[in-house]
Design a protein around this ligand. Structure first.
Ligand code: SME
Length: 146
């Protein structure tokens, strides 16, 4: 789906949904073929706790200490992480055998990191600067609803 159309649809979901995080994760999973697993982690104390997710399999990483893995790194720095090939990043915490690349986008409000969007792809180098911009915009919209 075109990113601009998706943003428009996401705005509608946010205005109508009673379960925003879940519905956004579902929307992204169903409309972007290369997004093979999507989850939202929420910061609680020194950990990230997995909230809504969509994908073929559940992950064993439902609680990740801040600073650990790709997810924990993004939560520590507040910066988006794009990993074109997960097998070459020593921080990577493996979840699925099929995952080749990953993007993690922090959700921030007033400089505080509230959580993050984590997406795994079965395709190497799946995430472009357009995905980054798109997902950072969504993270911004979600920051009001966490
Ligand atoms: N790969 C992540 C862990 C979460 S799973 O991808 C769902 C990481 O390295 O932090």
């Amino acid at each position: 789906m075109d990113y601009k159309i998706a943003i428009h649809k996401i705005k509608i979901i946010i205005s109508k949904s009673t379960n925003i995080l879940n519905d956004i994760v579902e929307f992204l999973y169903k409309n972007f073929e290369k997004y093979n697993w999507i989850g939202i982690y929420i910061v609680k104390g020194n950990d990230l706790i997995l909230g809504p997710w969509y994908g073929k399999q559940a992950t064993e990483h439902t609680q990740i200490p801040i600073g650990k893995g790709i997810c924990g790194s993004a939560a520590k720095t507040g910066k988006t992480e794009i990993i074109p090939d997960v097998n070459t990043d020593s921080r990577y915490l493996a979840c699925f055998f099929s995952t080749k690349s990953e993007i993690v986008v922090p959700i921030k409000k007033d400089g505080k990191i509230l959580g993050e969007i984590d997406i795994d792809s079965d395709i190497k180098n799946a995430f472009s600067s357009d995905d980054k911009k798109f997902l950072e915009k969504i993270a911004d919209m979600l920051s009001m609803h966490i």
